[in-house]
Design a protein around this ligand. Structure first.
Ligand code: DAT
Length: 173
């Protein structure tokens, strides 16, 4: 039995996952698990995709690399996918959403190649990550939150922190 919950913060690249995770990890003393970093550090990939400027992830290797940390609980998992984690690992799935104009500006500022920028804008408009979350987890543990402004982010962090404290209260042994 975990002493602290595990949360996934997911959404299209640029939506604000890392910003939310870093703030939350500091606020509640959780571990920020940047899956991108885990992929890089443990070489959980089959090479680099030049067109999309991202790693081609080996999911089995990645799950092996994550298992120990996640099983202990207290992780805020930061990644643009959520369908590969076993359901038993996850207590809350936060899907961040952003307006396409804001997303365009954020990805442009990152110098994303045109194909990748367009693909991500389409994914946000088509709610790809929200659908993926709904197909992978029970509706009761999924929450969709806006991430258009700093005020949104502060309200989201407050809300997730309150949820975290309540989970610990409810699961005290
Ligand atoms: P992700 O980890 O989803 O790729 P990020 O946290 O790196 O996204 O954020 C991308 C950029 O957008 C970064 O410059 C911070 C900014 N940003 C993120 N969330 C925001 C918000 N709610 N309001 C304003 N700016 C935000």
């Amino acid at each position: 039995m975990r002493q602290s919950p595990n949360i996934i913060i997911t959404g299209t690249p640029g939506v604000g996952k890392t910003t939310h995770c870093e703030t939350l990890a500091e606020r509640i003393g959780a571990r920020h698990v940047s899956v991108n970093q885990v992929v890089k550090d443990n070489e959980c990939h089959e090479g680099w995709d030049d067109e999309y400027q991202s790693w081609i992830v080996d999911e089995d290797k990645l799950l092996d690399a994550l298992e120990k940390d996640v099983k202990d609980g207290g992780c805020i998992i930061d990644w643009h996918a959520c369908d590969l984690f076993p359901r038993s690992w996850i207590d809350l799935v936060v899907v961040l959403r952003v307006d396409s104009t804001n997303l365009y500006d954020r990805l442009k500022a990152r110098n994303y190649p045109e194909a990748k920028l367009q693909e991500n804008l389409d994914a946000e408009i088509m709610e790809v990550l929200l659908d993926e979350a709904r197909e992978s987890y029970d509706e009761e543990i999924i929450v969709e939150l806006r991430s258009d402004s700093t005020e949104d982010m502060e309200a989201n962090v407050d809300r997730i922190e309150a949820w975290w404290k309540q989970w610990k209260e409810d699961n005290r042994s």
